[in-house]
Design a protein around this ligand. Structure first.
Ligand code: BES
Ligand code: ZN
Ligand code: ZN
Length: 483
């Protein structure tokens, strides 16, 4: 969908939207409507009890066409504008071709108008490639949003918001694709398009990873016909020390020999959501030419239970040299992340790492689908991420780490086992990863198991993939690394 900012309403057929802050709707507030129409719409709004509540809509006809009033609530934040944009897109996605949003009455700044466009573009995303029998009435029709009367700077604000929206859309696409289409090699191929934006891509195949001793990651992959890959995307937008983002990219998680129950197993196509977020964030950063140096690493494997699969009780040696007793082959994400993290420290000498992973079901038990879990060995890094989460909408809640948890993963036969006791499962998973973080490295782990997929539509996403993770990473970079 195209977004454009203009001084006046375009010629040609379109629906008109008028955003309004909370309060009674009277004709004087309805910029863009003539006197009679404004009076009529104000009466209709009152009859439908529309009073500008955030994201609320009054969907009306007046004069020569459709008029949508959309609420901004107190109208005091970018979020309110995003929400209004999202509500509008959801409402007209399959019914209008052009939507004109007149913000002159509320005197929206350029940045606020761009936030509205961002919400609309985000909410408008859908993935219909496998739907060959859509009825005409179900097909998306919305092609353009024209925002009329925005203040200074809308185009510039939109340019960077658009890069972010593109990144989120890319993540949603990766997360949505089924595992017969998206597997380690095809994940890498989808990311090749980032090269055109100036992202440098390096790929390690299974042979190269074996030579490096990545026995933990490769142990997960060995039960699958699909070979593993380590995908490295580097954006050097400034001559600075690099920061690493590392994503769990299990393109399908059957559980392996510790196989999962059949019910709901299809969800495990999105067990690459951490890697998807890293790829989307790299696209966003490169798209807006962020003045930062970031290395995105995706550990890509499929966890399957074939005759070559690893068994519970197997002992594998990670790239770090530490050995792991694999008690449960379904606790595979940490096995992938540990080698990816060792690799990026040894190869690029990074001193800050943020990893993202759909790591534990226990995280969903703890936080449901409202917050992701944050773990960190550094308070300042944790605070930056908590702030970036609140500001961007990808919200995180911090969990504890400590020696008492760490010793729960000691093994009688190897340096550690890959699972702890039943309780505190998200924390022992984080403790496992922490054992691979080298001295002097600041590290945060985001367990986003409950966040990458949604059973219901939200303000800026439809049900399905949410694109979670891209916005917090982009915001973290913008607020902390670009100065
Ligand atoms: N990918 C799952 C975690 C998960 C579960 C994400 C449900 C999203 C929804 C992970 O690989 C896993 O299976 N973890 C196990 C760990 C356990 C064996 C210690 C889990 O959470 O049950
Ligand atoms: Zn698993
Ligand atoms: Zn998994």
């Amino acid at each position: 969908m195209n977004v454009r900012f203009a001084d006046r309403r375009p010629e040609g057929p379109h629906a008109l939207a008028i955003p309004l802050t909370a309060g009674k709707v009277d004709a004087a507030r309805l910029a863009g409507l003539s006197g009679d129409d404004a009076a009529f719409v104000a009466r209709a709004a009152a009859a439908s009890k529309f009073e500008g509540e955030a994201g609320g809509i009054a969907d009306l006809y007046a004069g020569d066409g459709r008029v949508l009033l959309v609420g901004l609530g107190d109208g005091d934040s970018d979020k309110a504008y995003e929400k209004a944009g999202g509500a509008l897109a959801a409402r007209v996605q399959t019914t209008e071709k052009v939507l004109v949003v007149d913000v002159s009455g509320i005197k929206a700044s350029g940045a606020r108008a761009a936030a509205l466009a961002f919400g609309a573009v985000m909410r408008n995303w859908r993935y219909d490639v496998y739907r060959t029998r859509l009825k005409a009435s179900q097909k998306p029709s919305l092609e353009e949003i024209v925002i009329v009367g925005a203040g200074e700077g809308a185009d510039a604000a939109w340019a960077s918001a658009k890069a972010l929206a593109d990144g989120v859309a890319f993540t949603k696409e990766l997360v949505t694709e089924p595992a017969n289409i998206l597997y380690p090699e095809s994940f890498v191929e989808r990311c090749r398009k980032l090269e055109a934006l100036g992202v440098e891509i390096t790929v390690l195949d299974d042979k190269q990873m074996a030579d490096l001793g990545m026995g933990a990651l490769l142990g997960v992959a060995q039960g699958s016909r699909r070979p593993a890959r380590l995908l490295v995307m580097r954006w050097k937008g400034a001559d600075k020390e690099p920061v690493a983002f590392v994503g769990k990219g299990v393109t399908f998680d059957t559980g392996g020999i510790s196989i999962k129950p059949a019910a709901g197993m299809e969800d495990m196509k999105w067990d690459m959501g951490g890697a998807g977020a890293v790829a989307g964030a790299m696209l966003a950063l490169a798209g807006r030419k962020a003045k930062a140096h970031v290395i995105g690493v995706c550990g890509l494997v499929e966890n399957m239970p074939d005759g070559n699969a690893q068994r519970p009780g197997d002992v594998v040696t990670s790239m770090s040299g530490q050995t792991i007793e694999v008690i449960n082959t379904d606790a595979e994400g940490r096995l992938v992340l540990c080698d990816a993290i060792t690799w990026v420290q040894r190869t690029h000498g990074v001193k800050t790492i943020v990893d993202l992973a759909t790591l534990t079901g226990a995280m969903i038990v703890s936080l449901g689908n409202e917050y992701g879990g944050l773990f960190a060995n550094d308070d300042a890094l944790a605070d930056m991420l908590l702030k970036a989460g609140e500001a961007s909408g990808d919200k995180m809640w911090r969990f504890p780490l400590g020696d008492a948890y760490d010793k729960l993963i000691d093994s009688p036969i190897a340096d550690m086992k890959n699972v702890g006791p039943r309780f505190g499962g998200s924390i022992t998973a984080a403790q496992f990863i922490k054992r691979y973080v080298e001295d002097g490295v600041k590290w945060a782990h985001l367990d986003i198991a409950g966040m990458v997929w949604s059973g219901k539509a939200g303000p800026t996403w439809d049900k399905g993939a949410t694109g979670f993770g891209v916005r917090i990473l982009d915001r973290f970079v913008a607020d902390n690394l670009e100065g």
